[in-house]
Design a protein around this ligand. Structure first.
Ligand SMILES: [Ca+2]
Length: 399
């Protein structure tokens, strides 16, 4: 009995020691809560933030406080299942134009489309807004809407359009926007160098095809590389690097199977189809994508972060030479579906939880002191006073 107890003690102490050694290099602070299924966020030059709610509106977080009322001026949108108010992007020349671009679903459950809406955000409301792009054709149902936006270095805009779930074969049909990434100008026109421009019977806004439902899209500011992740079926979530005009396979190739366990495709790879860079089997349900180029977590510089809905985690993904080199599962301790992840101008990592009481959280280094702020891991001269603020108790996000 005594020896058994001793073994138990050794195990417990050993486990405790291992736990200590593996202590997370971050702690999680709550910036805001009470968001209705928040989906995306953008930082304004002032440090304030705009957050979209899939089932709500556009919300302002000013000086760390969630404004009580949504930003006025947003048109009505269609919300059901995956559809709703989805992404927000700032004009690359936002400081001059004050323009924001929103992706949302328009229409009804019988017939809806993904649209891009452009408006001026004057600090108080949206004005001078108009829809600059509507995906075609309309689809039925609220599933697989896509809805991520990203600007390219040439100031053209990419939008992911989902396959609509019931229309998966349309992902291979170049006469349909379903299951595509489309590329438009800031006026909603088709750029002269789009890959299918001049081809007959093709929707010339298409940039890449063969996607299922992509809710992650980023452009590496260092080299312009375009990275997308997408939901697979049962298994087979993917990260892909986008090349204009390329086919990413769905549903001709997949690493997954259908939800009823039937085979969708015999093929995981095929000639003429770009293979994924990362595959997740089982599915993690990725949403939100960020590239860490800040200096608060120097050990993570150059790594990708992927929100995971089903896995209820934040995945850190390190690619080397275009290959999946290392992954780490973070934030499991929260037990929360992660909808979006962004890196703030302050170098902290911000995430949104997918919930009717959704939260905006941020990861700060665990060595980064709160309260008195006298033992900051590094003195920050660019973000004044950031060491000294205890966010959880004050609900503050200054500056
Ligand atoms: Ca694929």
């Amino acid at each position: 009995m005594r020896s058994q107890l001793r073994v138990l003690m050794i195990l417990l102490v050993g486990g405790w020691a291992a736990g200590q050694a593996a202590a997370a290099p971050y702690r999680v602070e709550t910036v805001a809560e009470g968001l209705l299924f928040p989906w995306s966020m953008q930082f304004l030059p002032s440090g304030d933030m705009l957050v979209t709610e899939k089932r709500g509106g556009l919300r302002l977080i000013a000086k760390g406080k969630l404004a009580a009322a949504p930003v006025p001026g947003l048109p009505a949108f269609f919300g059901d299942s995956d559809c709703g108010l989805l992404d927000i992007a700032l004009d690359p020349e936002f400081a001059r134009t004050r323009r924001v671009f929103l992706a949302y679903s328009e229409g009804t459950v019988e017939a809806n489309r993904m649209v891009v809406y452009r408006a001026v955000y004057d600090g108080a409301r949206l004005r001078d807004g108009r829809v600059i792009f509507r995906s075609a054709p309309a689809k039925r149902g609220g599933s697989h809407c896509g809805g991520r936006l990203a600007f390219l270095p040439d100031q053209t805009l990419l939008l992911t359009v989902g396959d609509g779930y019931d229309y998966r074969d349309k992902a291979q049909d170049l006469a349909s926007d379903l299951g595509k990434v489309v590329r438009i100008t800031r006026e909603g026109a088709v750029p002269a160098d789009n890959p299918f421009k001049g081809k007959a019977g093709v929707r010339v806004e298409i940039f890449t095809y063969g996607h299922r439902n992509a809710q992650g899209l980023i452009v590496d500011p260092r080299d312009g590389a375009i990275w997308l992740h997408e939901h697979g079926p049962k298994g087979g979530d993917e990260i892909n690097q986008l090349t204009p005009g390329a086919n990413y396979g769905w549903p001709k190739t997949t690493h997954g199977i259908d939800y009823d366990d039937t085979i969708i495709s015999e093929f995981q790879v095929a000639p003429g189809i770009e293979p994924p860079v990362v595959v997740w089997v089982p599915s993690i349900a990725p949403s939100g994508f960020a590239l860490y180029l800040g200096d608060r977590f120097p050990q993570w510089r150059g790594d990708f972060f992927v929100g995971a809905l089903a896995e209820k985690s934040l995945r850190r993904v390190r690619l080397r030479a275009g290959q999946d080199a290392e992954q780490e599962i973070l934030l499991k301790e929260l037990g929360a579906r992660i909808r979006d992840v962004r890196v703030g101008p302050d170098g902290f990592i911000y995430v949104l939880t997918d919930d009717k009481n959704g939260k905006l959280l941020r990861l700060v280094p665990s060595t980064h002191a709160d309260g008195g702020g006298r033992t900051c891991a590094r003195r920050d001269t660019s973000v004044k006073g950031v060491c000294a603020v205890k966010r959880e108790t004050q609900g503050d996000m200054t500056p």
